[in-house]
Ligand binder design. Sequence first.
Ligand code: AMP
Ligand code: GLY
Length: 426
Amino acid sequence: MKVLIIGSGGREHALAWKIAQSPLLSKLYAAPGNAGIAQVAECRPIAASDIQGLLDFAKAQAIDLTIVGPEAPLVDGIVDLFRKEGLPIFGPSKAAAMLEGSKAFAKELMTKFNIPTADYEVFAHINEAKHYCVETEMPVVIKADGLAQGKGVSICETSQEAVAALDRIMTEGVFGAAGSRVVVEKKLEGEEVSILALSDGERIIPLASSQDHKRAYDHDRGPNTGGMGAYSPCPFLSEEKFSQIVDLVIRPMIAGMAREGTPYQGLLYAGVMLTKNGPVVLEYNCRFGDPEAQAVLPRLKSDLLPVLLQIAKGRLDTETLEWHDKGCLAVVMASGGYPGHYDKGFVIDGLSAAARKPDVFIFHAGTAMNEKSHFVTAGGRVLAVTALGDTLRAAYEKAYTEIAHVRFQGGFYRRDIGRRALEVLR
Ligand code: AMP
Ligand code: GLY
């Protein structure tokens, strides 16, 4: 089979790495890919946003399966376009991807299907939003309705902070049209976990549990990022608790969307907070998590390719996936300044030694190859050093031992990925 993976991040490298191991694969392409993905796939310089260009390429190469990594092309309708042309593609339709494309839409559906979520209001007018924020109890969380690359959420402890956030989103327009509406919701407390499940619109296969670390610095300090590291499985969740959460947040959404006439076919990601009153959904995403994919996919024993193909063709025949009974931990190394301004083009040293260790994987995110064939930095999140271990602790030790050899100017990483999980295990 000829497969095309769309995207250029660490998630797509992990997907490419996994798909490349499938005996069903004859040729793997990535668009646009990155310097790490180029080790396992042929990269073509077509942007993930160029959905017509991607369609032309898939047609010309007679691609048997296209796998969409990031959310933006899904929300733009790439799946509908490919399907119209009879090309198998893994990911939800435009209508189903609205679950991530509009936070107000997702909240409406959660309410309709009785899925626990924080109390909220939606505003399209800034004065009404400000008035509400002055009157309501603090703290609140303000979210730009549309896609904002994971940066659209402001946690506001005071009404002054809320008013300032509303000015940035709705008046200054820092997220463009994505901020023309906002969701204001109650701030919740608890551990966050990521629940990922594959669905053909009806049947469901949950993936292994994981936890991301969204803040830039140790001890969950600093600004929110796309994710600074992840691990799997999550010791906060017993098997029983995990399946209760799937029943609470995944099954009713899949069943409800089917009833609405917009069946969800693809990977559904629920960001869930374990509050003292039970699990509550913070958000849905319409694709694999990044860096959750880097921590989950190395644990997957089963071949992923036939499963994604079945979903692309509309019927999941696989019932369960097999997992390695191991822990996996991925530590993201980022450019100095990320998630704010950062410089690019710095040479990355120490990669080859780390990559040769058994059960250590370097998933590239923002990397490129320079004219001297050296890897250089090319993005905010640069790479994730990932390790599998017999226990989560062993994975942690291995990942941190190896990341210490990786160096580039300004590079930084959190030293505490998985630390709370290890405490729970102890
Ligand atoms: P979202 O994009 O909606 O997942 O939000 C990004 C991050 O903001 C989440 O991973 C949480 O850490 C935080 N967050 C979102 N909603 C809430 C909430 N209601 N209470 C507390 N934190 C939240
Ligand atoms: N790691 C968070 C996300 O993929 O949205």
